[in-house]
Design a binder for this molecule. Structure first.
Ligand code: G4P
Length: 527
């Protein structure tokens, strides 16, 4: 009974956008409206210091426990909302993809002046592939922006889903007067510089036919009216099932920095976004309300305290109840992990966690026991699927200035590899490690961290390979035959899965033709 009730009131979502669209600002306002923080500017400040430390996590220590600002939990209208931040830069998109596997919905922020930007598009494709329901917030209406009809059309075209406006802007920039709420048929009047967290301060107009209203908002209101008529004729009715299937997105207009339009988004999350659902494991489907605990590691963040090399594994609870101190089994290794120091991500509070339920994210400090994609259970033999590792698109070799540091280099690369900061490949022949990444920036981060956290001065240089494919076969003997015949092109990843390396895609096609018993994969899904 408790589990049912707790699961039903969970909402776990990620906030995604192209850099600078207003993700940080909106996150902060959502927390503010939910009463989770009281001072505007605190999330912003965290972002600033994150940038100062080269964009990886801002660090806080208290009693040896560190809490990331990348997961935030808040309570609003009886619901427990878990909000997961995603890195904005495309070079860290792998990290973002993995975060998206841990959520049940996404909130997409679009800059109304720029429309759908490249990074948003990539992220949205991941959501679409997983049928993740998406709520859209079009931000910065207080600026001179693009025509709303044009924006709606672009979202619909580029994202390939039906757009259902829930609100519609009346004017923009200096003449931004507010939004018309299509479902409640009223207008909320915009007042710039609102630093109050309370929407009740907003003026609401219900009689739009009132001559005084027409006089006040003039041509902008008239234009909005015409657009709304057009929209009503053209846009489909909101359909909850289509939204949950990721085929329809409700759209809101507003200005995050002015606290305008934020409340509607928060209410929609509570009213329409789904509670945790069923999740797939290789063995069977797992219901969130099952009594036994199960969870999956979707992110590993190197700690905070370089002297101890401890790390936090972010675990999405998939079923059951977490109780502090319970023993959890890492299915991959069969080892147990202690959970006496598990942390929660309650905004502003730095507490040890006592209980948590499906949908929640818990942070387990560990020294390498936990890896990305690991499944944790109370003993059951389950392996969740769906956590993607993408074939790298850039390869580099690593050299070190001081050969005496090679042990540290290996340790550093193993740990950074386990964290997913980079993929490390060990060639079948030879001893030079290969690094694989999706974005160039990942190499910069890795060399920087090797230097500062492991004391290794490493130089990276382009490798001769450009492509890798994970190879599998029905018949283990066939795979072995393939490996033996291609030793110079085989490398093993962090979990010893074999990959085939190539400089040109034609080489892969040829191998595919010659070896019909071997499958070549662009993506590896689980440990
Ligand atoms: P991000 O996390 O998606 O990268 O975006 P962030 O919230 O940091 O916002 C990017 C910039 O856009 C910030 O300005 C922010 O103040 C501004 N912004 C966010 N929402 C709105 C809005 O509704 N209207 C307007 N006009 N601007 C908005 P900045 O100059 O880069 O930073 P700051 O100096 O304001 O901190």
């Amino acid at each position: 009974m408790t589990i049912d009730h707790e699961v039903k009131r969970r909402r776990t979502f990620a906030i995604i956008s192209h850099p600078d669209a207003g993700k940080t600002t909106l996150t902060e306002k959502l927390l503010l409206f939910a009463g989770a923080i009281h001072i505007a500017g605190s999330v912003k400040a965290r972002k600033a210091s994150r940038h100062a430390t080269s964009d990886w996590m801002e660090i806080e220590k208290q009693r040896g426990i560190s809490v990331a600002s990348s997961v935030m939990q808040m309570e609003y209208r009886g619901c427990v909302i878990n909000l997961l931040d995603t890195p904005g830069h495309q070079d860290f998109s792998e990290d973002t993809y993995r975060v998206l596997t841990a959520v049940d919905a996404a909130l997409m922020v679009i800059d109304a002046a720029n429309g759908v930007e490249s990074q948003t598009l990539r992220l949205l494709q991941v959501c679409r592939a997983r049928n993740t329901p998406i709520i859209t917030f079009v931000n910065k209406l207080d600026r001179e922006v693009r025509e709303p009809l044009d924006l709606i059309d672009e979202i619909e075209r580029t994202l390939g889903m039906d757009v259902v406006p829930f609100t519609w802007p009346v004017g923009s920039g200096k003449r931004f007067h507010g939004v018309y709420d299509l479902r409640h048929e009223l207008m909320r009047v915009f007042r710039p510089g609102m630093d109050h967290a309370e929407q009740k301060d907003t003026t609401i107009i219900t009689d739009l036919g009132d001559p005084a209203v027409t006089k006040r908002f003039g041509a902008n209101l008239e234009q909005a009216r015409q657009e709304i008529d057009l929209i009503k004729g053209a846009a489909p009715e909101f359909d909850q099932a289509a939204f949950l299937a990721g085929q329809q997105t409700p759209v809101f207009f507003g200005s995050a920095i002015n606290n305008f339009g934020v409340q509607e988004v928060l209410d929609t999350l509570v009213d329409l976004a789904p509670p945790p659902g069923t999740r797939k494991a290789i063995q069977r489907e797992i219901l969130p309300t099952e009594n036994k605990f199960s969870g999956v590691v979707f992110k590993i963040q190197a700690n905070m305290n370089p002297a101890h090399r401890d790390r936090i594994a972010f675990v999405r609870i998939c079923s059951g109840e977490f109780r502090r101190g319970m023993s959890l089994k890492v299915v991959r290794s069969g080892k147990d992990v202690r959970t006496s120091t598990v942390v929660s991500f309650l905004s502003q509070r730095r507490e040890l966690l006592e209980t948590a339920y499906a949908g929640d994210i818990i942070g387990i400090p560990n020294h390498g026991t936990l890896q990305l994609a690991d499944t944790l259970t109370e003993g059951d033999n389950l392996q969740f699927t769906g956590l993607p590792f993408f074939a790298p698109e850039i390869f580099q070799t690593v050299e070190i200035a001081d050969p005496l540091r090679s042990k540290q280099l290996k340790l550093g690369l193993t740990q950074l590899g386990e964290e997913g900061a980079i993929q490390v490949f060990r060639p079948h022949l030879g001893s030079i490690l290969l690094l694989g990444a999706v974005g160039q920036l990942q190499f910069e981060v890795v060399t920087h961290r090797l230097k500062h956290e492991y004391g290794v001065e490493a130089r990276v240089a382009p490798a001769k390979y450009q492509l890798a494919r994970w190879v599998t076969a029905e018949m283990p003997r066939e795979l072995q035959r393939f490996i033996d015949a291609n030793t110079h092109r085989i490398a093993y990843d962090a979990v010893d899965a074999p990959t085939f390396l190539a400089s040109f895609s034609a080489e892969i096609s040829v191998a595919e033709e010659n070896w019909p018993g071997i499958r070549f994969h662009k993506m590896r899904e689980h440990a």
